[in-house]
Design a protein around this ligand. Structure first.
Ligand SMILES: NC(=O)c1ccc[n+]([C@@H]2O[C@H](COP(=O)([O-])OP(=O)(O)OC[C@H]3O[C@@H](n4cnc5c(N)ncnc54)[C@H](OP(=O)(O)O)[C@@H]3O)[C@@H](O)[C@H]2O)c1
Length: 307
């Protein structure tokens, strides 16, 4: 029906093309994954609203609507959710700013219900593959809350981010050209944050991914020793590997200022993967149509941060 045709005065005007574009809310938008989600959605022509506690530091491309919001203050999220059709939800946890304890993240369990009340139809949740072996209670809670909200959902059950290498090993590589590890033969399949985001973009925009829990990994299973070799090759500098006992590794993490409960989680993850090596999953390629980036590629992308 034409907007100027007969009867147009009694029925609501048809939405314009612009109005038909759904608004997608990206939380954690300035973060490692979130920034790539924002950029990926923009490249696909989506209308993006980015949530941050500090809009002045947002720095997104033109056309991204930036809103102030704090996921630990639910009132501030209500405004951000107005008119939103789909959202990328990242859970608050240790390392995400001021949250120092997993006990602080109960807010993750309330946001999905708030989103449902606000009329959101779809949530893509950044979760963790640790839920598959009964760990990471905060991710389990977030998944349960998303499912209880009744919305369409996709859980992105990511394995360890390659970014963890920067947090864990970056300083000693920069200062001393060395990595100290208590788990030299433990295998990991680190994933580039851009690949997690690429899957999120597809699940936000396309049908056929709802009700799914996608396990996401990088493309190669590598021991910690091999990972150091790949990082050295990618960032173009020599890196020595120095072996610690697991107990020394624990002390090392505590000395870096990590809370004891986080160190305990990391020790549990290492013990788990020493027993049962993680498996390479092809999900990134299956969902996005392009292969997951290697650790060497990731290191090349972040080479400046290792010098
Ligand atoms: N590391 C891993 O190996 C791994 C594996 C699987 C899953 N995960 C999950 O990945 C998540 C981290 O994702 P990421 O690396 O993309 O995030 P990130 O870079 O650590 O941080 C994302 C953003 O969170 C925002 N933020 C912090 N506190 C906030 C609050 N109270 N309210 C609103 N925004 C807040 C900050 O943005 P502003 O300063 O702009 O507000 C920050 O830029 C973890 O929470 C974990 O659940 C991690």
């Amino acid at each position: 029906m034409s907007r100027s045709g007969p009867g147009a005065s009694r029925s609501a005007p048809e939405p314009t093309v612009e109005e038909r574009r759904v608004t997608i809310l990206v939380t954690g938008a300035r973060g490692n994954v979130g920034r790539h989600v924002v950029e990926g959605l923009v490249r696909k022509g989506a209308r993006v609203r980015a949530l941050t506690r500090d809009p002045a530091r947002a720095g997104f491309s033109d056309g991204v609507e930036v809103v102030r919001g704090d996921l630990s203050r639910l009132d501030s999220c209500r405004t951000a959710l107005e008119g939103v059709t789909a959202m990328y939800l990242f859970p608050l946890a240790y390392r995400t700013s001021d949250v120092q304890s997993f006990a602080d993240v109960a807010v993750n369990t309330e946001v999905p219900g708030l989103a449902a009340e606000a009329g959101v139809r779809r949530i893509v949740l950044l979760s963790s593959n640790a839920v598959l072996y009964g760990a990471d209670e905060h991710h389990q809670q977030a998944e349960a809350a998303v499912e209880a909200s009744g919305l369409e959902y996709t859980h992105l059950r990511s394995g360890e981010f390659a970014m963890n290498k920067l947090f864990g090993w970056g300083e000693s590589i920069r200062k001393e050209g060395v990595v100290r590890s208590g788990f030299p033969e433990v295998v990991g399949v680190p994933i580039h944050q851009a690949d997690v985001a690429a899957v999120a973009v597809v699940a936000l925009l396309e049908d056929g991914h709802q009700g799914r829990g996608y396990e996401l990994t990088g493309p190669q299973a590598l021991t910690e020793r091999e990972q150091v070799g790949e990082i050295a090759a990618g960032c173009g500098r020599g890196i020595r590997f120095e072996e610690l006992t697991p107990e020394q590794a624990r002390e090392n993490w505590l000395a870096q200022g990590m809370p004891a409960e986080v160190v305990d989680e990391m020790m549990a993850h290492s013990a788990h993967f020493a027993e049962k090596a993680p498996v390479v999953r092809n999900t990134v390629q299956e969902v996005t149509g392009r292969p997951a980036r290697t650790l060497r590629q990731w290191a090349a992308d972040h080479a400046k941060l290792f010098r």
